[in-house]
Design a protein around this ligand. Structure first.
Ligand code: PLP
Length: 470
């Protein structure tokens, strides 16, 4: 309650014609009606407000009493007045989207935030706070904390084969901001047409807003079709080479080489979204594309899958030629990212706690994936599973007779039963062909997996019998 002794923004004109008490009452009323003083807000005591405004206390007592009598305030003896509910006459707040409760969360690419390493994170934050020199609490380097950029350069080189000099790394608010920034910079250096994966990570607003024209290119089990990308006359691309989202293929060695050759010949740029490479279950991850063409690839990573989306920490490793344009662009966007959190992540990386957490999560996700595949094999044995053993979801190819509408009906009927999953329609621009469901296992426990798959199988069978109907 101590913050409630804070001042109240109320202006009084000492030389005006209107009496001071009247001004207080009118000012408060206007603020309440306008919704500036919101229902439930506790106002200063009569003594505090009188002292703040430099007027006599009885005037405040009268003003409060009158507003209470009119129903705008709730006044109780010995307590500060509270703004009554229903007193504001303003437009209702923007309607909040009401989500139906999700019982089984099988949406793709969702990490288990319930297993966020709270202890390690709290201890990292404490260590950083105890050690951070006051000088580091200013705005600092626009590109992000030097400590995190250095820790990432080491980590990305070691784990992903990324060629990363800390001075080429930019810390962003997740991949979302990194992508927006990369698109604007691609446009600024002259690119106009960029290839995007179809189906792909479907939020294309960043591409459109940057003034880039997107060219949808099909993907298969070997990632994006590089020949079609080249033939389409694109000048750059946004891709997920290590684990195509959402189908799940890995860009083949042949396609990688063709893509790199083409990029070098045409001075193109690619944004490599390396969102979940830490989670590969059958063998070591293929190295990042950036390691083959550090001059032509903007590499993007994120802590959203490995730790939690709520951290909003991502990073870009930028080709040397793009460092200056990126820096210039960033200067127009912001003054940096939260420093303490960045250094806490650096601490986890440098002490090995990040690797330990990843090893633990990899084991958990691998077991869940296996359990999910076993259940699917038992309930829907004829359905093909696509994609590499990686990431946080599997791709389920639906029976060939099912249409786009069937797929949408399966998704919505499951959602009505509390099971959230996604279909191909959610991610495709033009992609037709076999229908698919993307079934995440990041957020479901073993027991929930079995029940979820039973629900899923029921929905697929119902669609096959044409029982789902709109
Ligand atoms: C393909 C892909 N890339 C990147 C991200 C991460 O985005 P962000 O770092 O903004 O949370 C996601 C999250 O769902 C994703 O699915």
């Amino acid at each position: 309650m101590s913050s409630l002794s804070a001042d109240l923004a109320l202006e009084i004109d000492r030389h005006g014609k209107e009496s001071l008490g009247h001004q207080v009452r009118r000012g408060l009323l206007a603020h309440i009606r306008a919704g500036i003083l919101r229902p439930g807000v506790v106002l200063p005591s009569t003594r505090a407000l009188a002292a703040q405004l430099g007027i006599s206390r009885p005037l405040i007592v009268d003003a409060y009493a009158q507003l209470a009598a009119e129903g705008f305030l709730i006044v109780r003896r010995g307590a500060r007045p509270i703004v009554a509910s229903g007193a504001a006459r303003v437009a209702p707040p923007l309607e909040e989207k009401l989500e139906q409760p999700i019982r089984y969360d099988l949406r793709p690419a969702m990490p288990d935030v319930g297993l966020f390493p709270r202890k390690a994170w709290a201890s990292a934050i404490r260590t950083v706070l105890n050690a951070v020199p006051a000088n580091d609490l200013g705005y600092g380097d626009l590109r992000g904390s030097p400590r995190l950029r250095s820790a990432l350069a080491d980590y990305l080189g070691r784990v992903r084969g990324v060629v990363a000099d800390p001075s080429h790394i930019f810390i962003t608010s997740g991949f979302a901001e990194g992508r927006a920034l990369a698109c604007v910079v691609m446009r600024a250096v002259g690119l106009r047409r960029v290839a995007v994966e179809d189906p792909g990570y479907s939020d294309w607003v960043a591409v459109d807003k940057a003034g880039l024209e997107r060219v949808p290119i099909p993907v298969d089990e070997q990632g994006i079709d590089v020949d079609q990308l080249i033939a389409a006359g694109a000048e750059g691309a946004l891709i997920t080479p290590s684990h195509q989202f959402p189908i799940g293929g890995v860009l083949s060695a042949g396609r990688r080489q063709r893509l790199v050759r083409w990029l070098e010949q045409h001075d193109g740029y690619v944004l490599e979204d390396d969102y979940d490479a830490e989670f590969r279950y059958d063998q070591a991850s293929v190295g990042a594309l950036q390691g083959l063409a550090a001059d032509r690839v903007i590499y993007a990573g994120t802590a959203s899958k490995t730790l939690a989306p709520a951290l909003r920490i991502g990073w870009l490793v930028v080709p040397p030629e793009l460092v200056r344009p990126m820096d210039a662009e960033l200067r127009r966007w912001k003054e940096g990212s939260p420093r303490i959190e960045q250094d806490a992540l650096a601490h986890l990386l440098q002490t090995g706690a990040y690797d330990r957490h990843l090893r633990k999560m990899r084991r958990i996700y691998r077991d869940r994936r296996k359990h999910l595949l076993d259940c699917l094999a038992a309930e829907l044995p004829e359905l093909e599973i696509e994609g590499t053993a990686a990431g946080l979801h599997v791709t389920l190819r639906l029976p060939s007779e099912l249409t786009r509408a069937d797929e949408a009906q399966i998704v919505s009927s499951l959602r009505e039963r509390g099971l959230a999953t996604e279909g191909l329609g959610r991610y495709s621009l033009t992609a037709e062909g076999p229908r698919r469901l993307f079934v995440g296992y990041g957020r479901v426990t073993d027991s929930a997996i079995a029940s979820s798959v039973r629900l899923l199988a029921k929905a697929v069978r119902a669609a096959q019998r044409h029982e789902l109907g709109p």
